[in-house]
Write a protein that binds this ligand. Structure first.
Ligand code: PLP
Length: 410
């Protein structure tokens, strides 16, 4: 088919509404605009991508190569190889106090597939999913594809972007099916302390139809005195929680597409059934590297080193952006994101200058050569998400450009 043939073909007649109605994700849009600017010869500093800038630790890469050479080239069992599920179950028990057992583990193509499996396995049309704003924007399309309805609980910068238990209670209705917890949180970096998890567990126990989906993908990227806790480990919560995790962030394995869900066996079987309808078991030789990633001392040392590098970059970014007039900076407790609030500045912006975060992100890219993601994509209007999964040099240069932009706005 020639290009002119494709140009006259009107896809509106063939695309389903669920596809044609989907908008380009704001993170993708800003990354694309940054790429286009670079392709046009401009020097752009990008704080957009939620991806470690490190390579996967060598010992993990070697484990996959060895598995490939050893003949792991056939369809794996749908929920994962037995020894891989056992290695994940052992990690969850030892590190998180979660006693799901190997039969409760489903290995998936990234944490994202486990999130989708959960939505499709648990939601009937009209069932409500409670999420705390700011939230990772990619949750919304999959909730909607599964027929669910998102219900938002707002958190505020003043409260460190942690929700109040009473606001979660107010959001619960007869249709509530899932409470989505993402701690450490993309984009706010909030890490839910034990006291909050205990309160939330108590209210979940009081609502027998409500389940928790706990997305713990940033568990290894926590800073200073903060600690990650799994809500499923609290009394009576194992059977009420689907715990989702993966290897993309903590292990720098984004391109491997490896994640998993853990649940009681009956729910795990439902997750596997859904996964089997869309894809199948996960790449056989890639999943064979999971036991090494989780249990080899060299892999774990590499994970700790990466965490230390993120902590140093976080400190650098906080120092560089600390004195920006009119900008409220929150020190993230976890992740490699920061979510500064520019709303004070935007409210007083002069004519011709940006008045909201979407305009601000575009203006900063075009006028100052720094790419960020508008907070309204995450339910955080007035904020910008900055990823510090990039080099010190880029952080210094990008923060200088941000500061120049803020000076021009103030
Ligand atoms: N959950 C959150 C909160 C994320 O930020 C991301 C990726 O950005 C994922 C899940 C998806 O991870 P994976 O690469 O394992 O699919």
């Amino acid at each position: 088919m020639s290009e002119s043939d494709t140009a006259i073909f009107d896809t509106s007649h063939v695309l389903a509404r669920r596809a044609s109605g989907m908008e380009e994700a704001p993170i993708m849009r800003m990354s694309r605009l940054a790429r286009e600017q670079r392709a046009a010869g401009r020097d752009i500093v990008s704080f957009t991508l939620g991806e470690p800038d490190f390579d996967t630790p060598e010992v993990i890469r070697q484990a996959a190569c060895a598995a490939l050479e050893a003949g792991y080239t056939h369809y794996p069992p749908l929920p994962g190889h037995g020894e891989v599920r056992a290695a994940i179950a052992e990690k969850l028990k030892a590190e998180n106090g979660l006693n799901y057992g190997a039969e409760g583990i489903v290995v998936s193509g990234g944490a994202k597939q486990s999130l989708a499996n959960t939505m499709f396995a648990l939601l009937d049309p009209g069932d409500e999913v409670i999420l705390v704003a700011p939230f990772w924007s990619a949750y919304l399309p999959v909730i909607e594809l599964a027929g669910g309805v998102p219900v938002f609980v707002q958190s505020s910068a003043e409260n460190g972007f942690l929700p109040r238990a009473e606001d979660i209670v107010s959001a619960i209705t007869a249709r509530s099916k899932l409470l989505l917890i993402n701690s450490p949180c993309n984009p706010s970096g909030a890490v839910w302390p034990m006291a909050l998890l205990e309160k939330v567990a108590a209210l979940v126990r009081a609502h027998p139809r409500l389940m928790v989906l706990s997305d713990e993908i940033y568990e290894y990227i926590v800073h200073e005195q903060h600690e990650h806790h799994s809500i499923g480990a609290l009394p009576g919560m194992l059977e009420r929680t689907i715990t989702v995790n993966g290897f993309s962030k903590g292990f720098a394995m984004t391109g491997w597409r490896l994640g998993y869900a853990a649940a009681i066996p009956e729910i795990a079987r439902a997750l596997a059934k859904i996964q089997g309808s869309f894809t199948a078991g996960v790449n056989a030789f890639a999943q064979q590297a999971i036991p090494t990633a989780l249990h080899d001392a060299r892999a774990r040392a590499a994970v700790r080193q990466m965490q230390q590098r993120y902590a140093a970059r976080r400190a650098l970014m906080l120092e560089l952006l600390g004195d920006l007039p009119g900008v409220r900076l929150n020190a993230p407790a976890g992740t490699f994101y920061m979510l500064p609030d520019f709303s004070g500045l935007l409210a007083n912006a002069q004519d011709g200058l940006p008045r909201d975060d979407v305009a601000l992100a575009e203006w900063l890219l075009m006028e100052h050569g720094v790419a960020t993601v508008p907070g309204s994509a995450f339910g955080a209007a007035g904020c910008l998400r900055l990823s510090f999964a990039t080099s010190d040099a880029q952080i210094r240069e990008g923060c200088a450009r941000l500061a120049a932009g803020v000076q021009a706005l103030a």
